[in-house]
Design a protein around this ligand. Structure first.
Ligand code: HEM
Length: 563
C-alpha cells in the first residue's frame, strides 16, 4: 500500500502545480517542526539495517509513509481547493528572495511578465506576498477590496522608529486621531495656504543662492532642493529653519548637524532590509546591528525634539496664534496641555508624529523634483517648451508664483510624465490583509502582504504608447488627456489610492511643481560634458544614483531676483 501511495505521490509531484502545493507545505508554511519530522524520518530510512529489505518490510516505515502520504494528500486537496495567483515556487526558508535583484520593483516586473500574471503571488522568506502589476489588478485591490487591504504589515523597523504612528499603523481610532493632525495642520488646502509665505521665502532663498554661486561650477540640484524643502517642512512643522544659515553659534551648528544626521539615519534605517521581517526565526538575532541602531536612533530623535520643545515652551506662550498659521508642534503642545485631549497626545506620540511628518514629506518631494528636472535637462526640446510657456504665462519681469501653476499646462504634464516613469515609491508602502479574500478569481489568505508595482504599471506597453519615451504631450492630447495622478486613474499611481493613499498629495505636488517652475523660469541650464546619469538607486524610495547637476545662468533681469 505505501509503495502505491508513493508512486501516486511521485506522479502527482511530477506535475508542476502539484510541486508547488507540496513544496509550499514544507517551505512556505515554514513549519520547521514538520521539516524536522521529515529529516528524522529520512534518517530512519537511511539507517534501516541491511537484510530488512526496505520500506515494505519495516512496520514503522510503513506507518510513517502512510501518515506522510495522508498528509500530502491532505495538502494536495487543500492546495487544489485554494487557488493562489501564479508565481515562482521558491526554496525552503528563503522562498523567492534569491529572485529579487537590488531593485525589487524591476525584478518583480520581470517575474510578473514571465508568469503572465498581473496579480502574482510569491513567498519572500516565509511571508506570502501578492504583487499587482497592471492597472486592472491595482484597481481591484485598491478600490474594490480597499477595505480588506488597508492595513500595514508589522515591520520591525517601523515599529521601533515610529511607534504610535500613522503610516505603518493599521487604521485604528488612535492612528486616525493622529492622521487628523497631519491633515489639519499640514496638508489641507487651508493650512497649505497659511504656510504659503514660507514656501515663497524658501524658494527665493534657493534662487538667490544659485545666483550667487560661481557660473563655472555646476549646481547640484538635489542639494539646493534638500535645503529648500527641509526648511519649508521644519518651519511648518516645528517653526525652525535649520539649513543654509550663516553666522551660527557653535551650539546652533551642533543642533543643525544633529538634525541632518538624524534625518539621514531615519532614511537609512527604514530603507535597510530586516531579515526578521521575512523569516520570523531571525527576529531573535540582531544580524547586522540594525535593531540596536534603530533603538539608538529613536533615543536621539526623542532627545533632539525634547530640546526643541523646551525652547518652544520658553520662547512664547502657547495658544496665542491662529491654528492655520501655527506650526504643527505648537498645535500639538496646545493639545497636550488641554486637559480633555491631554490623555491622547503623549511625548512619545508627539515625537513620532513630528519626525514622521518630516520624513514622509522630505525625501519623496526632493527625489521627485530631482527626477523631473533631470528629465527636462536631458530633453532640450522639453526644456525649451517649458521656458516658452513660462515666458508666455509669467513673462520675465516678475517672479513666478504658485498662482501661475494652474495655467502652466505643459509643465504640469511634464511633472506627470516624470511621475509615470519615476514613481518615487515604486511598490508603494506594503499593504496587508487581516482576512482572507478572493481577488480576480484567486484566493488570497489572511496575513498576505500586498505590493502595487506602480513602476511597472507606468511602463506597461499595453497602456502607454512608446512607454520608455519621456513625452509629456501624451497628457495634453489623446487617450491620456484625462489621466490624473491622485488615485482615480489606476494606470498612474505615484501617490497610491484609496484609504492609504499619500496624505501629502496636494502639498507634495505643489512643492514639486513650484520648484520646477521657479528653477526653469529663473535660470538657463546647460548640462556638463558628461551629461546626466539616470540610473536608479535602491531602497523603499528610489533616488537617482547621481543627483542632477548643471550650469545655471540667470535669465531674468537682476531686479526680479532682488525683489
Ligand atoms: C512628491 C511627494 C510625495 C510622494 C511621491 C509621496 C508618495 C507617497 C506614497 C506612494 C505613499 C504610500 C501610499 C500607499 O501605501 O498606498 C505615501 C504615504 C504617505 N505620505 Fe506621501 N508622498 C509625497 C509627499 C508627502 C508629503 C509632503 C507628506 C506630508 C508632509 C506626505 C505624507 C504621507 C503620509 C502621512 C503617508 C502615509 C499614509 C497612510 O499610510 O495612511 N507625503 N506617500
Amino acid at each position: 500500500m505505501p509503495n502505491t501511495l508513493l508512486a501516486t505521490l511521485i506522479y502527482l509531484l511530477g506535475r508542476s502545480s502539484m510541486w508547488k502545493h507540496c513544496i509550499s507545505f514544507f517551505l512556505i508554511q515554514g513549519n520547521l517542526q514538520r521539516l524536522g519530522f521529515v529529516a528524522r524520518f529520512a534518517k530512519s530510512i537511511v539507517m534501516v539495517p541491511a537484510g530488512y529489505g526496505g520500506v515494505s518490510e519495516f512496520p514503522f516505515l510503513k506507518f510513517a509513509v502512510a501518515v506522510l502520504g495522508v498528509y500530502f494528500v491532505a495538502v494536495l486537496i487543500r492546495g487544489a481547493s485554494r487557488k493562489l495567483p501564479p508565481g515562482p515556487v521558491g526554496f525552503p526558508i528563503i522562498g523567492s528572495v534569491h529572485l529579487l535583484g537590488p531593485r525589487s520593483h524591476v525584478s518583480l516586473a520581470q517575474l510578473a511578465r514571465k508568469y503572465g500574471a498581473p496579480l502574482m503571488s510569491l513567498y519572500l522568506g516565509q511571508k506570502l506576498f501578492v504583487v499587482a502589476s497592471s492597472a486592472e489588478a491595482a484597481m481591484e485591490v485598491l478600490k474594490k477590496q480597499d477595505a480588506v487591504f488597508c492595513s500595514r504589515p508589522p515591520l520591525r523597523g517601523f515599529k521601533v522608529i515610529f511607534p504610535h504612528d500613522v503610516t505603518f499603523a493599521d487604521l485604528t481610532p488612535e492612528s486616525n486621531y493622529l492622521r487628523k493632525f497631519i491633515r489639519l495642520h499640514l496638508t489641507t488646502a487651508r493650512s497649505i495656504e497659511a504656510f504659503q509665505h514660507i514656501r515663497v521665502d524658501e524658494m527665493l532663498q534657493m534662487v538667490r543662492s544659485i545666483v550667487a554661486s560661481p557660473r563655472d561650477v555646476v549646481v547640484n540640484l538635489r542639494t539646493s532642493l534638500e535645503v529648500m524643502t527641509a526648511n519649508v517642512l521644519t518651519r511648518s512643522i516645528i517653526g525652525k529653519r535649520f539649513m543654509g544659515r550663516t553666522g551660527l553659534s557653535e551650539s546652533e551648528k551642533k543642533e543643525i548637524m544633529e538634525f541632518i544626521h538624524i534625518a539621514a539615519e531615519i532614511g537609512e534605517c527604514l530603507g535597510a532590509k530586516n531579515p526578521g521581517d521575512l523569516i520570523p526565526a531571525l527576529k531573535l538575532v540582531d544580524w547586522n546591528g540594525l535593531d540596536q541602531r534603530m533603538k539608538n536612533l529613536r533615543r536621539k530623535m526623542a532627545t533632539f525634539l525634547a530640546n526643541i520643545v523646551r525652547e518652544r515652551r520658553e520662547k512664547s506662550s502657547l495658544g496665542t496664534s491662529n491654528p492655520p498659521g501655527k506650526e504643527m508642534l505648537g498645535v500639538l503642545l496646545d493639545e497636550m496641555e488641554n486637559a480633555a485631549a491631554g490623555e491622547k497626545i503623549t511625548e512619545d506620540i508627539l515625537n513620532t508624529i513630528i519626525w514622521e511628518s518630516f520624513t514622509a514629506g522630505m525625501e519623496t518631494t526632493v527625489l521627485a523634483t530631482d527626477w523631473t528636472l533631470a528629465e527636462v535637462l536631458r530633453n532640450p526640446e522639453v526644456l525649451q517648451k517649458c521656458q516658452a510657456e513660462l515666458d508666455a504665462v509669467v513673462g520675465r519681469n516678475r517672479r513666478a508664483q504658485e498662482s501661475d501653476i494652474p495655467d502652466l499646462h505643459y509643465i504640469k504634464a511634464v511633472v506627470k510624465e516624470s511621475f509615470r516613469l519615476h514613481p518615487v515609491i515604486p511598490l508603494l508602502i506594503p499593504h496587508y490583509s487581516h482576512d482572507p479574500i478572493k481577488v480576480l478569481g484567486y484566493d488570497i489568505p489572511a496575513h498576505t502582504q500586498l505590493l502595487i508595482n506602480v513602476w511597472a504599471i507606468g511602463r506597461d506597453p499595453k497602456v502607454w504608447a512608446d512607454p520608455l519615451k519621456f513625452h509629456p504631450e501624451r497628457f495634453l492630447e489623446g487617450p491620456h488627456r484625462e489621466t490624473e495622478m491622485f488615485g482615480k486613474s489606476f494606470n498612474l499611481l505615484p501617490f497610491g489610492s484609496g484609504r492609504r493613499a499619500c496624505m501629502g498629495i496636494t502639498l507634495g505636488t505643489l512643492l514639486v511643481e513650484a520648484s520646477v517652475v521657479v528653477l526653469l523660469h529663473s535660470f538657463d541650464w546647460i548640462l556638463p560634458a558628461e551629461g546626466i546619469d539616470m540610473t536608479e538607486g535602491q531602497g523603499l524610495s528610489v533616488r537617482k544614483n547621481v543627483p542632477a547637476c548643471a550650469f545655471a545662468t540667470p535669465r531674468l533681469p537682476p531686479h526680479v531676483y532682488a525683489e
